[in-house]
Design a protein around this ligand. Structure first.
Ligand code: EPU
Length: 316
């Protein structure tokens, strides 16, 4: 499998026609958000561009550059060691720095777009290096230009984040605030917050190194206010996150659980027992079996709630 350790390696591959549009390779960061439905993929490129550097520092902010292949959690640890703040709530998300902006990773009240400055990406046909600033990335909920209009057109080689030099905790996610309160910690450090996020994740989310899974399999659906109110008439405990544009985001995990599918298993593909949004491989399920289970789950939710769940993982 070809490995790109430097931007020059990608340029060389462009020159050699490796990114021929008819048969594009599968580009892997950590591969943690991918469901493979075939036994073999013809062409794969692994990105192993490493290195972290401070690019600029003002009184309030520090711009930090990370190579696309840097492990995300390693990067979070680096920022905590250097007293740079903004991504402590994104602790323990599997994957690499280069993959993080692709789907605008988010957890516990923070998305990477909140601290994003820019990224460098190489165009797969021209070999030209381009800079994408925040507004160019068109970030949304688990969404960016690299998953929509520029899909399969670029390889991200590095990212620049704008991190704060002074710590202010982001506690908008109710569970974080309540857990801190019940532990009596009224003045948490960034490390405290990072540890708390790690603890909550470990309680609910299966470790992909121990049990195959790609985190949330579906995105949380966003519906309009009318549809939300209609469902709420029948299900008064329907949880909701109200959005700015009169839309409502509903936890897919709740819909799946309410459809009676938590712990539901077909062969070795299973809806996780502690977080219904995660599909796990409890043995030797093939990618296709996981995909079949996901369709069953989505169809069931649709038949009950008239809401169509969209996958969050990349299905190859
Ligand atoms: N819930 C259930 N049943 C469950 C799990 C959750 O009913 O089995 C309900 C509860 O009402 C809970 C609500 O769903 O309050 C939300 O659950 P949770 O806090 O676990 O978050 P989520 O919406 O299911 C999202 C992200 C996660 C992220 C968490 C925390 C998506 C698709 N998923 O999950 O991200 O860690 O919030 O911020 O937005 C990922 O993207 O892979 C991922 C794990």
């Amino acid at each position: 499998m070809p490995v790109a350790r430097h931007e020059a390696d990608i340029l060389q591959l462009v020159k050699n026609g490796f990114f021929d549009e008819i048969k594009l390779p599968l580009v892997l960061g950590g591969g943690s958000n991918i469901l493979l439905t075939k036994d073999e993929v013809e062409k794969v490129l692994k990105i192993e561009i490493y290195g972290i550097e401070i690019v600029n520092r003002t009184n309030d902010y520090t711009i930090v550059k990370a190579g696309a292949g840097v492990n995300w959690q390693g990067f979070v640890e680096f920022t905590l060691d250097y007293g740079l703040y903004g991504i402590e709530n994104l602790t323990l998300i599997p994957g690499t720095c280069g993959a993080a902006p692709m789907q605008n990773i988010g957890a516990y009240g923070v998305e990477i777009s909140d601290v994003f400055d820019s990224l460098e990406a190489i165009h797969l046909q021209t070999g030209k290096k381009e800079i994408f600033y925040k507004e160019d990335c068109e970030f949304g909920y688990r969404q960016s230009v690299f998953k929509s209009t520029c899909k399969n057109e670029y390889i991200i080689s590095s990212i620049n984040l704008r991190l704060r030099n002074h710590f202010t905790p982001v506690l908008s996610y109710e569970v974080l605030a309540s857990r801190l309160e019940s532990s009596g910690n009224t003045n948490p450090t960034a490390r405290d917050l990072s540890r708390l996020v790690a603890a909550i994740r470990m309680e609910k989310l299966p470790d992909p190194a121990k049990q195959g899974n790609a985190g949330s399999f579906f995105k949380n659906p966003v519906v309009d206010m009318y549809q939300f109110q209609e469902i709420k008439k029948t299900y008064c405990d329907l949880p909701a996150y109200f959005q700015e544009d009169e839309k409502v985001k509903i936890p897919a995990a709740w819909l799946i659980e309410r459809a009676g599918l938590k712990g539901f298993q077909v062969g070795n593909a299973r809806v996780h027992d502690r977080q219904a949004l995660v599909l796990v491989n409890s043995g030797k399920a093939s990618g296709n079996e996981i995909l079949e289970l996901s369709k069953l789950v989505a169809d069931s939710v649709f038949s009950i709630f008239n809401i169509r769940l969209d996958p969050e993982v990349n299905i190859v």
